[in-house]
Structure formats: structure tokens, C-alpha cells
Design a protein around this ligand. Sequence first.
Ligand SMILES: Nc1nc2c(ncn2[C@@H]2O[C@H](COP(=O)(O)OP(=O)(O)OP(=O)(O)O)[C@@H](O)[C@H]2O)c(=O)[nH]1
Ligand SMILES: [Mg+2]
Length: 458
Amino acid sequence: MKEYTRTSAEFIDACRIYLKAGNGGDGAASFRREKFIPFGGPDGGHGGKGGDIWFEATSNVTTLSEVAFHPHITVPDASPGGGNKCDGAKSEDKTVYVPIGTVIKRDGRIIADLKENGQRFLAAKGGRGGRGNTAFKTQFNTAPRISEKGEPGECFEVILELSILADVGLIGFPNAGKSTLLSTVSAARPKIADYPFTTISPNIGMVSHKGKTFAMADIPGLIEGAHEGKGLGDVFLRHILRTKLLIHLVDPQGFQDTPPENAIKIIENELKSFSPILARKKIIIAVTKADLPEAEKTYKKLKARYRKRDVFLISSAASKGINQLLDKIIKTLPEIKQEDAYKTEEKQKTIAPEVKKGLILKRDPDGIMRVEGEKILKIVAMTNFSQLDSWDRLRRIFKVIGLDKALKKAGIAEGNIVRIGNREFEWSDEPLPSRKPGKFAYKYRNREREEYKKRMKE
Ligand SMILES: Nc1nc2c(ncn2[C@@H]2O[C@H](COP(=O)(O)OP(=O)(O)OP(=O)(O)O)[C@@H](O)[C@H]2O)c(=O)[nH]1
Ligand SMILES: [Mg+2]
């Protein structure tokens, strides 16, 4: 679980959260009863719509800590319908505020990438309200005792990952002077000290140079084996995935036993192990601490070794070479086309089409037949089993959508159990009771058949 470790008390850049959108309200089955109005007819109202869960990117928050400490996001259920054609109230939508640059993943797929302030994404849909018995009134059944239950709201788990948006990323061994450079060129004030791993979470600053502005990010230092979790590991590399350009800062004093000229290879290997996107990024080399005597020698060595690349010599303390480096950055940035680090996949793709529309028959480990399919699960969940007529209607639906046929084909026998969602049904081959005798019975069923066939096709 390397990815989801908390990185510091204030800065959390990845978390897992649970979403449960509001259930729709139940529809009502009631009849108009008024003095002097005999046979008042059905007047049951519909249930309200369950609230949705939205994500919104905002510049007001910079970490996911608020969300991570309250990982269960639930929306209350909508109110049920009532008599006298009163529809239930909908429940309020909920918005989760996340920092700009938050990527939302469901089942390992990216479903949203919120890159702009105010960008919103509908993550979990609330259920629709169940219909009251007014909706089931037909020419042939003028007093239906049928009402639907509310549709359940969507319920699933998502992983949020923050990947900050910056144009330029600073990389290098610990203590190389990354934070010092960021603090000299921008208004950011990261912690700076003479020991490795001073920076433990990414910092971002806006740099203005010759009328051009760009964002620069400073991440914790890398060491050899960071991709295996050494030092602070490579988890922070995610934050430079969206940069256009990297500046590799090299300390002329080297880092511990590693001489400065070996730094380039080691760090670039770490980038490669993390992601091919990082391996393809343009990197400018800058030897830091030019005020120290050994800097000149290191600079010459690197310049000779990497002849085709840009090598700079800078000093944040003595303000040397900084302007040349910034000139190079603003000249290079417009030439680079940013690679899309996070490709959003359609949310619908998470559910296979056959599961969505049709019926799938499976056997549970205990040998009992189970029926799966998004639509059929919804129909069962919305059936009010306390009403005999609803129960009859469900049996007709099963027949119309071909469940009866499919079960017979699979070899079901009298008295066998069939599971659908969290309900169990006993199979019987007895014909459905004909509720309306005479020629109307046929017409009546036919109408229903067409209606459900149409709805199943949607
Ligand atoms: N002489 C000199 N010292 C510098 C210069 N830039 C940074 N330093 C010093 O180098 C040390 C480390 O600087 P930081 O900016 O904290 O280094 P860092 O790369 O951010 O280090 P980590 O956050 O630990 O990865 C500090 O003591 C700085 O004062 C420079 O241009 N000249
Ligand atoms: Mg630092």
C-alpha cells in the first residue's frame, strides 16, 4: 500500500473514499377518499429523487486531508410520496471539494481528472423516485394497488490522487538546493536546511520572468533505489508527471558517497522506473552552489560528459546564473507539447454492456442459481413486495424479459431457488393467474409487455 501512506500530518495526496448517493423516495399507493366522491381513483404521489455526489476542484484547498479524514460520503434518502398526489421532496446533492489536479479512479480506471478551478464532476448518481400508483392507472386497471420503491443510489469506492499542476519540476538528490532555488525565484517559502529530506511534501511557486509566468514545483529529494521505497520513495514523482520541463539540480559537493557526476544517471534511472512519461521529459541540468570552490570543476565535467544537453551553473545564494536559467526555461516552455499523463476513460466502460442490459445466469458457490444484470437488479430493488399486485407485476416482467425461458433452458426444476440481488425466489411452473377474464386479459398483458420490452431496450 505504498501509494496510500500518509505523507505528513498536513499534506495528504492520495486517499480512498466511499460514496453512497441518495436512494430515491418510495412511491405511494393510495386512493382519493372524500365525502360524496365515490371511487375517487388512485392519488399516490411519486417519491423524490435521491441526491447526487459531485466533486469540485477548488483553489481553496491544497491537500486531500479534509476528504481523507472523512472518507464516508453519504447523501440522505429522498422523501417518499404521499396521498393526495403529493410527491416526495428530493434530497440535497453533496459536493466534495478537492484540490486542483485531483484524479479520480474507480476500479483502477481514471474516471475524472479535475484540472481547472470550479470544474465539477458527477461521480455517484442518486436514485430516481419510485412512481406512485397514479402512474399505474390504465384503462383496464383503474385502481392499481402498485407503487414502486425508490431506486437505490449508486454506491462504490473511489481512489483520489492529487497530481499537482506545474510547468517546471525541480528534481535532484536531497540537499541539492531545490527549495532554495524555488524560494529565490518565487514567493513560495519552503523549509530550507542543511540536512537531507528537509522537504517532505511538494511545494509550488509562481515564477514571473520577463513578462512570462509559469508554475514551478519542488519535490522531496530522490536517492538511488527511491522506486523501491528508499528515502522518501518515489511517490512524489507523481507530482511532476504533468510538468513540461524538469530541472535537475546537482550539488557540486555530491550526496554522501555519491560523486556529483554520477547523479544524472542515478536520478534518471529512478525517473524511468517510475514512469515512461517521466523518462521522455526534457531535462535541463543545473549545477548549484556556484559560490563554492568545487562547483566550477563539476560544471566542466558535466558539460564535457553531456555535450548535447543544456548544463547551467547557478547559485541561489549569490544570485549567479539564475537569470540565464530562467531565460532558457521561458524560451523552452512554449516549444514543448505536454503529454497527457492521465487519460480519462468513460465511466460507462466500467460496466460491461452485457451486464448492463441483459441477463446473466450464474451459480453461487452453494449451487443456487443467481441472476445478474443491472436492469433486472434495479427492477427487483424497486418492487414493493408488500403489495400483491406489485409482486404479480414483477412475475409478468420476468416472463416478458425472457427470464422464465432462460431459467428453463438452464434446467430449473419445480421448487428450486433463484437469487436476484438480495432476494430469493422459488421457481414454479404454474401458469400466472389470469386476473382479468375474457378478451381484455390478453390486451392488458400485451400492453405491459410492450411497455417493458421498450424499457429494457433503453
Ligand atoms: N553555498 C550555497 N549553499 C546553498 C545554495 N543553495 C542552497 N544552499 C544550501 O544547501 C542546503 C540545502 O538546501 P535546500 O534548498 O534545503 O535543499 P533541497 O534540495 O531542497 O533539499 P531536500 O529538501 O532535503 O531535498 C541549505 O543549507 C542551503 O542553505 C547556494 O547557492 N550556495
Ligand atoms: Mg527541499
